[in-house]
Design a protein around this ligand. Sequence first.
Ligand SMILES: [Fe+2]
Length: 220
Amino acid sequence: MRLLVLNDNAPSKGFLNDWGWSLLVEGRTRFLFDADTRGEILLHNSEVLGVSLKSLGFAVLSHWHYDHYGGLSLVGELNPGIPLYAPPGNRMRGMHWGFQVREVTRAGEIEAGVWTSGPLSGFEQAVGVETPSGLVVIVGCSHPGVDRLTRAVLEASGYEKAHLVIGGFHYPSARTLDRLSELTEFIAPAHCSGDEAKAYVRKKYPEKFVGVRTGSVIEL
Ligand SMILES: [Fe+2]
């Protein structure tokens, strides 16, 4: 099983890049978590990584902000009729892109081995995915707090601790990161986490820190 970072704020040579976030999960099923700002970026970067954007089982949207949903129209076009698990609010838009929109209103299992936190603060969800290494928690921008989202996913899935938490942490405080460190073995701050948060985790929890950027592949 593996995670492929199709786009992160941090660029890599040979990949297209901008401010956004998109992660492809390949395991029991293939799914996309968030879709960056533009389909062309996702298409180019997945080609460089040697993977297809077609044959997805489903897609997940963390929240309705452009740096996370911008590429969804292309994803829907390439995978007509697949479920899109999204917080409530834009059902028509998702349907227009070709998805079967499933609005997420509460915590629970959405697909086999995939749990959502439900929309926290009314608008953003995170998911947990069962992997051979344990539970991987994937977050978008963590506006409600990466520690809160992680705790909600742990509660929904029944896991006591996560193997990895990856995604945008929204410029978290040191206290938030300290709380997060108790909930997971590994921490991969990406997207809107900020250089300060990355440096804090790298220095205080070097055994937990995982550096990711556009094009990173994490084997589990
Ligand atoms: Fe974001």
